[in-house]
Ligand binder design. Sequence first.
Ligand code: C5P
Length: 241
Amino acid sequence: MNKGIPILALDLPDIEKARIMVEQLGDSMSWYKVGSVLFTKEGPGAIEMLKKANKKIFLDLKFHDIPNTVAGAIRQCVSMGIDMLTVHASGGFTMIAKAVEAAATEADLIGLPSPKIIVVTLLTSLDSADLQNDFDIKVTPEEITKKLVKVAQEAGAHGVVSSPNELFMIRKYFSHDLLAITPGVRPSWSKNSDQKRVMTPVEAVNAGADFLVIGRPILQADNPKQAAETILEEIREVTHG
Ligand code: C5P
């Protein structure tokens, strides 16, 4: 059974707003995603705030550089106590493999748990026309995603980020041990904002998602805690968790 754990995308401009949101949500939310918006302003302070609140941390900085540089960044993540983090599939097999290795060896060295290395496949903002025009890639987004998931799995990554529409393909062709993480999740009662190809939390869990990244339906709700609780309740009905 897929876990269907919600992760709040903490896309807020500063640490005070982030802290207020974390306090407001209390025990309703265990996992938080820190991305480039908050991390660029607040750096490790944002991570420390979440650690003090006893939260699980998904650091989404989508590392993409030469293997040696990415390995160095990953070692910093281990010492910060990150639980999961993202690297870009387009960094290639060697970069992903080095990231996995750096996480494990650094964790051993300093006696902390190893963060899970999650590979961002194809950005959902890219469509077939972009692939053709910008990169001369003629295959469909789903085909290129399948190839990138294969590279990620072979390089030893612990999971992948994909659009909800690609979950069926990932569950069909790849190991069920590979964590499937998806953004583009919208409860039926919330606005779609700029996410185009969306699924409800229940649909995403049924399609095979282990983790659901959800931002604005909670962040912009009149009552964020109630919105989070409603989402959790909907998920519990299908996971019987
Ligand atoms: O507010 P919303 O629920 O759309 O937030 C989704 C989160 O997932 C944001 O932090 C966004 O950057 C991230 N994301 C995404 N689509 C991707 C990859 C990441 O929406 N393909």
